[in-house]
Design a protein around this ligand. Structure first.
Ligand SMILES: [Zn+2]
Length: 218
């Protein structure tokens, strides 16, 4: 066996072991179920003064974790129980749901980049020690890709750029207007919500192919 053949086999085996793809344009996709981020004061209003979140599991993005604590969210038409809180506490309370959830709640949540909650939809939060009405904070999170500056160089994309991602699973879909988010603190991963995941039958092991261009019909 020649050297090149050995190298290609080693590369293939290593990529399978690490979960990375041989194809440099492939991106691992993670599905974000509905969740919320709470400010410290809102956490205390719902769970009691001085309350601190307890960690259930680390998330893929460094420093982020899923808490053991959950809340109920309530809209004019319905409610959703056991909505996971993600830590650590943030400056602003933000609840991220799917369009399907939004219909069930009876609120029109806008499609937004995480952190952009100005004039977003209102929502009531219920915890074990109290409840809160937030006049804004409910959004449907825009599909996005976290990556490091090195990844951005490799993909030839910039922070804030929109791209398309093709997912060739059992039910192939192409997601348009996927936002690129670059930070040295990030790990390469695309985040979609449960509606997007279900549309493309995307599971935890699905990979997507990044393509330049927004994917808007023009
Ligand atoms: Zn994300």
């Amino acid at each position: 066996m020649d050297q090149q053949a050995i190298q290609s086999i080693v590369k293939e085996v290593v990529s399978r072991l690490t979960g990375a793809s041989v194809n440099p344009h492939m991106i691992p996709i993670a599905v974000s179920a509905r969740h919320c981020h709470l400010s410290k004061s809102d956490l205390e209003a719902l769970f009691g003064e001085g309350y601190e979140l307890t960690k259930k599991a680390d998330l893929s993005q460094p420093g982020q974790f899923a808490a053991n604590e959950t809340i109920t969210i309530v809209g004019p038409r319905g409610s959703l129980e056991k909505v996971r809180i993600l830590g650590p506490a943030r400056n602003m309370t933000q609840v991220e749901v799917s369009q399907t959830d939004s219909i069930k709640l009876g609120v029109k949540a806008p499609l937004r980049e995480s952190g952009d909650i100005k004039d977003s939809a209102p929502i009531t939060l219920v915890g074990p020690k109290g409840s809160l009405y937030k006049k804004e904070g409910l959004i449907i999170a825009q599909a996005h890709i976290h990556m490091t500056p090195e990844d951005a160089d490799r993909f030839n994309v910039e922070n804030g750029e929109y791209v398309k991602v093709e997912v060739n699973g059992d039910r192939p879909v192409t997601l348009g207007k996927v936002l690129i988010r670059v930070s040295p603190r990030y790990k390469l991963e695309m985040h979609v919500d449960t509606d997007e995941a279900n549309a493309g039958i995307i599971t935890g092991k699905t990979m997507g192919k990044l393509m330049k261009g927004e994917g808007n019909a023009t």
